[in-house]
Write a protein that binds this ligand. Structure first.
Ligand SMILES: [Cu+2]
Length: 159
């Protein structure tokens, strides 16, 4: 009988309620401090997200300053815009992006023929020396509408 009463005492030790409250408060404060420390150690991370992108990625553009820059989109099966108008004597930069498959930009009379890889932007620089109408075409087979994928570059006399 005496053994059982001792066991009961060990399982339920009498704890004053004020002591329990103090312990609980202490643990609570400790958790808050640890939590805040963890928060502080993670918080500054998002401020350093600026990617280290090189500023001088256009190496070929060092000596060429365009008078006119034209942005062109190539996709099955057209160039947008289809007609490009520039003035004689202008330094022209074409910035062409293929949004679907591999295309090509060929302006035979100007000796230009570039592959336009899908999703990539290709820069073509030239000087509009001669007045005239210069047809351009897609030079990489890109499907059934490939033959219709064409446009024209018009070089107008300088006024
Ligand atoms: Cu094509």
């Amino acid at each position: 009988m005496g053994v059982r009463s001792q066991k009961n005492m060990a399982l339920n030790p009498p704890l004053p309620s004020s002591k329990t409250l103090l312990l609980a408060t202490g643990i609570g404060v400790l958790i808050l401090i640890i939590g805040y420390t963890i928060y502080l150690s993670f918080a500054p991370v998002p401020t350093s997200t600026s990617p280290a992108t090189p500023l001088s990625s256009e190496s070929q553009a060092t000596s060429f300053t365009p008078d006119r820059t034209i942005t062109i989109t190539a996709k099955k099966w057209s160039f947008t815009p289809e007609t490009i108008i520039v003035k004689q004597g202008e330094r022209v930069r074409l910035i062409i992006t293929s949004t679907d498959v591999t295309h090509g930009m060929s302006i035979p009379q100007l000796g230009i023929n570039k592959v336009l890889n899908p999703g990539e932007t290709t820069t073509i620089d030239f000087t509009a020396n001669t007045v005239g109408i210069f047809p351009f075409t897609c030079s990489v087979y890109c499907g059934q509408g490939h033959g219709a994928m064409r446009g024209k570059l018009i070089i107008e006399p300088a006024s």
